[in-house]
Design a protein around this ligand. Structure first.
Ligand code: SAM
Length: 291
């Protein structure tokens, strides 16, 4: 099998020139040109020949070459049709990679795991397109597909939101969703100079190990995430006002106040001060009231 060779500015530019490829901002195209970062991603993901890896957005195949070298099998989903012939060329030295020309948000991850990996757990690895980081993460986490862990490059500020807890200004619905499904850790920070073209922000690699069982028990996950959304929709309002203004709920303000009190919370508390256990208790109380 070939050796990865694209992770430097000269090689990346040569491939772009050969195919007359121009970056498309609308697809969040910032390609990696730093061998050290590429090696650290594979290291953080702990990829071995036993692994089946799903990559989102292979670009010209820079990270894909590393994944294919270390993993058993790689499926890479790329939306930009113009990159498909380039990938055929740059990945021709590896026989364990398949490129799917598709939008990851319209791709059935469960089906990929079932059909291509016999339903066994898969790893996700990606330098994500930043314009849709949250929708991609939410789709993956909520898919119910057998994912063992995710290693993703995101904007540093988004990474901070993913790992933070109650009380910080970065804390919100994304923190709670990520922490309900996974144990997230920021592995390292990546400067703009590691990409072509350079983004205007610092980036970070986040590793997320999925829990076998969520850290809190809820009767109804939809209720949990509705309560979380309601609380952060109007961040500066009290929890009670946030919940009572939420269109999806048909509880009266008195019923909501009763539920908050039964959970041992102050009626004036703000959602941003609550942790996952408090949100779970409140969601369970509201689910019970619906029965
Ligand atoms: N993996 C490459 C690298 O590290 O050099 C490229 C990463 S670049 C930040 C993001 C990639 O995601 C681009 O190739 C872009 O075309 C692709 N992309 C953007 N939106 C996508 C979507 N909805 N589904 C699949 N791929 C997408």
């Amino acid at each position: 099998m070939a050796e990865p060779y694209l992770g430097n500015p000269g090689r990346c530019s040569a491939v772009l020139k050969k195919y007359g490829f121009s970056f498309r901002k609308k697809y969040g195209q910032n390609f990696l040109i730093d061998t050290g970062v590429l090696e650290s991603i594979v290291d953080t993901a702990g990829i071995t020949k036993d692994d089946f890896v799903l990559e989102i957005g292979p670009g010209i195949g820079t990270l894909t070459q590393y994944l294919a070298t270390y993993a058993g099998r790689v499926i890479a989903v790329e939306i930009d049709q113009k990159l498909i012939p380039i990938l055929e060329d740059t990945l021709s030295g590896w026989d364990n990679v398949e490129v799917l020309p598709a939008d990851i948000l319209k791709t059935d991850i469960q089906k990929i795991a079932d059909e291509k990996n016999g339903g066994k757990p898969i790893k996700i690895c990606a330098n994500l397109p930043y314009y849709i980081t949250t929708p991609i993460l939410m789709a993956l986490l909520e898919s119910g597909a057998p994912i063992s862990d995710l290693t993703v490059m995101v904007q540093k500020e988004v990474a901070e939101r993913m790992v933070t807890g109650p009380g910080s200004k970065e804390y919100g619905a994304l923190s709670l969703a990520v922490q309900y499904y996974t144990k997230p850790e920021i592995s390292f920070i990546v400067p703009p100079s590691s990409f072509m073209p350079r983004p205007h922000v610092d980036s970070a690699i986040v590793h997320m190990e999925l829990y076998g069982e969520p850290p809190v028990g809820v009767f109804d996950e939809k209720m949990l995430f509705a309560v979380i959304r309601a609380s952060f929709n109007e961040r500066r309002k009290t929890l009670l006002n946030g919940l009572s203004h939420f269109q999806e709920f048909d509880f009266t303000k008195e019923e909501l106040a009763g539920a908050i009190e039964r959970c041992g919370l102050s009626p004036t508390v703000r959602g941003e001060k609550l942790g996952l256990p408090e949100f779970a208790a409140l969601a369970n109380e509201l689910s019970r009231m619906r029965l």
